[in-house]
Design a binder for this molecule. Structure first.
Ligand SMILES: [Zn+2]
Length: 170
């Protein structure tokens, strides 16, 4: 065994000398350079054994919980976010599809930059790719709604259903 091979076995020699190859131990006996390496590694390992994780401040948990609670209370949802939740999930009034489409346009055009700032910044773990895909998805939905609006205007056909003329394929 040469010095390089023995060097790769030094950790084994320190952790469990019986597991290390006999040739490595024999080389160590006869090679001053490797013995220096070995003793330095042993000193490092001894230091790591002595190292203890610092005590956690006993008030850490309480402080963290208080701060989390404060953050939750201090950051209410933005106006557009609340309005959108009401439109999407609110039971107080039912949004007609056409109106929802028009509102979607308003959100995309008027609220685009707002949502860029407010919503996306709250989800920093999302990659730019995911954001782009979501943006594309949102745009295609808006265009679908616009198509249904166009069809309603073109047809002017009261027999198309509920009078709003929104295609059932939506
Ligand atoms: Zn050596």
């Amino acid at each position: 065994m040469n010095c390089r091979e023995v060097n790769s076995k030094l950790a084994d020699l320190l952790l469990d000398a019986r597991e290390a190859p006999v040739e490595a131990r024999r080389h160590l006996d006869g090679c001053a350079d490797c013995r220096v390496e070995w003793s330095e590694l042993r000193a490092t390992m001894n230091l790591m054994d002595e190292w203890a994780a610092p005590e956690v401040n006993p008030y850490f948990d309480a402080k963290l919980l208080a701060r989390l609670r404060g953050e939750q209370q201090a950051r209410p949802a933005g106006f557009l976010e609340r309005l959108r939740a009401r439109v999407m999930y609110g039971s107080s009034f039912r949004m007609q599809p056409l109106m929802a489409g028009a509102l979607a346009v308003v959100f995309m055009v008027g609220g685009g930059t707002y949502f860029d700032l407010e919503v996306y910044n709250q989800r920093p773990q999302e990659s730019a790719t995911v954001r782009d895909l979501q943006s594309l998805d949102g745009n295609s939905q808006v265009f679908q709604h616009l198509d249904s609006v166009d069809q309603t205007v073109d047809q002017q056909n009261p027999a198309s259903g509920d009078g709003l003329g929104v295609p059932s394929s939506d």
